[in-house]
Design a protein around this ligand. Sequence first.
Ligand SMILES: C[S@@+](CC[C@H](N)C(=O)[O-])C[C@H]1O[C@@H](n2cnc3c(N)ncnc32)[C@H](O)[C@@H]1O
Length: 283
Amino acid sequence: MPHLPNVKFTQRQHREKEYYEKYFEQNKISGNIDFSPIDGVIHGTERRPWNSYWRTYEVPIISYRELTSKMKTEVNLLDFGCGPGDNALRFSRAGFKVTGFDICENNIESCKTLFKENNVEGHFIVSVAEELPFADESFEVVAGIDILHHVDIVKSIKEVRRVLKKGALAIFREPIEVPILDNLRNTTLVKMFIPNKPSFEKHITEDERKLNKVDLELIENFFPDITVERSLILSRLDKFVRSRKNTKASFLEKVDHTLCKYVPYYKNLGGAAVIIFRKRHDV
Ligand SMILES: C[S@@+](CC[C@H](N)C(=O)[O-])C[C@H]1O[C@@H](n2cnc3c(N)ncnc32)[C@H](O)[C@@H]1O
C-alpha cells in the first residue's frame, strides 16, 4: 500500500533535513552535468568498472539495455535519496523513467528545475527513505548513491523490498568501514591533522556513519542474493594527489581493481562498496 507523506520526522531525520537544506544553499550544483559515465556505456566507448560511481550507473544500464533502448518500454527507476538531481538526470539520459525522493525540499526543487531545463520528464517528491509514498512493486530498478549510510537501514531496506518489482534490481554505492584503517583514522593524532567532525565544508553530517559488516548482514537478511564489490584502497590517495577537476580515469583505481581480483583479502581494505541485489520472484 502507498504511504501518506505526512510522516512525523525522527530526530535523526530532522537533523539530516536541516543539514541538507542549509548545505544546498552553500553548494548549489552547476547545470554542467558530466554525462560521460552514461554515454561511455551506451555508445560502448568507455567503461570504468573500477570507479564505484561509474559502476553504479553501468549495472542498471547493462541489465536493462534491451528495454531502455526500445523507446516504447518504460523501465521505472527510483533514485533513492536523489539529492539535487545530477544522478537522476544521468539515469534519465540512459533511458530510464526516473522517480526520485529526498528528505530535503531544496534538493527536490533542484531536481525539478534541472529536469525542466533539460526538457526531460521526471517525478520528484519529498519523502523519507524509511516510509515511501509509492505503491508496492512499482520499480524495475532502485538505485542510490551515498544514501544508506544516512538512514535507518532496516526500515529503508524493507521499503526497497516493498517497492521493487519481483526479479527487479537494487544497487547502492556507499562508504564502508575498514576497521583497521578507520581505527587509525580516528586516532587523536590523525584527527588533529585531518579533522572529520561534522561540517558543511567536509560534507559530513552528525548522523552519517559508514556501513559495516552488520549492515551488510542486515541487508542480506532481506536480499540473500547480495553481491558487494569493494574499491577505494590505494586510490584513497587520489584526493591528495589528483585535482578534483581531473576527469580522466584514475591510475590508482585501476591498480586497486586489478589487485582486488588477484590478491587475496586486498578487497577487504576497500572503503567504498557497490552493493547489488535483486528481489526474488518467490517473495
Ligand atoms: C550524501 S547525500 C547523497 C545525495 C545523492 N544521492 C547524491 O549522490 O548526490 C545524502 C542525501 O540523503 C538525504 N537524506 C538524508 N536522510 C534521509 C532520509 N531519512 N530520507 C530521505 N533522504 C534522506 C539528504 O537530503 C541528502 O540528499
